[in-house]
Design a protein around this ligand. Structure first.
Ligand SMILES: [Zn+2]
Length: 122
């Protein structure tokens, strides 16, 4: 544990503190509720395709962490299996601090990748 100076009141406080105990100023980098998430997590549910999330190759069951500043559009692509040799790609917007399941879904126009927001991975 290191001591840092509170940016608001100047008192020395733990760098692990979420907020200054003296003035209540939130401390960035602390472990408390005030720290802003900078990543989103995507779990690959689909079993039958080769899938890339934001350029990273993944396999079934893996959880991919993507860096997100607020929210960001990422590229999802799949080929093989249900989507065939030519594959399928979509852009989807993810939000920092959120979790998503990624699967391949049958639609009228064919098989498409889709993201579904989940509260937790089960
Ligand atoms: Zn303070």
């Amino acid at each position: 544990m290191a001591l840092i100076k509170c940016p608001e009141c100047g008192k020395e406080i733990s760098d692990k503190a979420a907020a200054c105990p003296n003035c209540g100023c939130p401390i960035s980098g602390g472990n408390g509720v005030n720290s802003t998430p900078t990543t989103a997590q995507i779990r690959v549910v689909c079993k039958t395709n080769t899938i890339k999330v934001d350029g990273q190759a993944t396999k079934h069951g893996s959880i991919v962490t993507v860096h997100v500043n607020g929210s960001r559009s990422i590229l999802l692509s799949a080929w093989g299996g249900a989507v065939g040799a030519f594959g399928s790609s979509v852009n989807a917007t993810v939000v920092a601090g959120h979790k998503y399941d990624l699967d391949v879904h049958m639609t009228i126009t064919g098989r498409m990748l889709y993201l579904k927001e989940v509260s937790q991975f089960v």
